[in-house]
Design a protein around this ligand. Sequence first.
Ligand SMILES: Cc1ncc(COP(=O)(O)O)c(C=O)c1O
Length: 431
Amino acid sequence: MPKSFDATYIKEIRKGFPRINRDFDGRKRIFIDNGAGSLVLGKAAKSEMKSRIDYSANTDAVYSESKANENVIMEGRRAVTDLLNAPETWNIYQGESASDLFFKVSYALRGILDRDSNVVSSYAEHFANVSPYIEMKKNNGISELRLARIGREDGAVDLEHLKSLVDKRTKLIAITAESNLLGNKVNIGEISKIAEENESLLMVDGVHFAPQAHSNVREMGCDFFVFSAYKMFGPRGSFLFISDRALDVIRPFHVDRDARPGTGSYIETGTRDQGIFAAITTVANYISRLSLDLKDFKANEAPRDRRTGIRKGMKRVEEYHRELSKAILEGIENEEGLGSQKNIVLYGISDSSRLGERGTTFSYNFKNLNDKKAESIYWKKFGLTVVGGSHWNLAHDFYSNPSLLRVTFLHYNSMDEVKKFLGATRWISRQ
Ligand SMILES: Cc1ncc(COP(=O)(O)O)c(C=O)c1O
């Protein structure tokens, strides 16, 4: 089985995304604002809609629509269990957004976090993963929020610095698996060892990472892992993994007095939206199918074991992403790469021998043009969705740079799209 996807396979993948070439208005454009939210898989939207029409009833009744609603929710929990290689469905919870889940976890940590304890995080974080602890610090709920440095040159989280910030009073390490600004991947395995040595819990923000690589929570050794379905080809809404060890010690709210791990209303507030569960099941099945050869993928076959399919499918995605990143940095055919174009200040890893440490997100400024003007030219002249401004990441503070242009390519983006992006960037950089 080839390690990656060739151009013919990518062409087939693209057929599954109705808005791949044109927006709702019929405008031809290249979608590379995937860091803000991915395109939607057509089949996922269809299963979402079917579940809304057919299974609108609430749970816990004997009639068919109610049973079907329960089933679609349970099937969705199973799908996320497979996506994350989690042990059991009781490890999986659903929330309105990743930000919502981060706040819910921080509430559930009362009794573990107190005014003598601290939380360690980093300058690679999206605000959402640190805001709960900034709030707690304000309210004397913790003594400190400590932030590990990132590299001035490469944007990588400084693991030695992070280690030096952790002590016996560190009750939580909250860290991203991949920066949504610079695309750096973080070595979660190493951080898990630091957490274990100090008996702290480990929260991983997997929102930017999940569409880029296999989110294997067992291998990561984390206690919490969060990702958002809308960055992963589905609708709004997010999912949370909680390890058994954390389930034993947290104190989430219970809307239902009898709620226990694995039942609704344990950390989840109110009636669940069956649509998101239906959609994420279709997404998990789709990712699993990415492990197949082209003939079986085209024929809509399903791998025998979904979990194995997901692992193999995401490995292929990761490999293809590396090829995209290499082309973006080094150039493709006659187009010069982002790494060497004049008038570009590129942040994050630009050395293509380190592609294993980064995903397909690239952030930069032009020396000759401000970001909003460049964004407008990219869109109006070239039909490219490159967005400038703040991307809600602490690295903006670290670099004292409030605005960057950002692009994120995903597995449905073609090499031809990379080439067009590089050509447009070269044109803008020469104005
Ligand atoms: C890395 C990361 N974490 C958290 C979030 C917040 O996600 P949500 O909008 O689901 O709250 C985002 C959103 O862009 C993100 O990129």
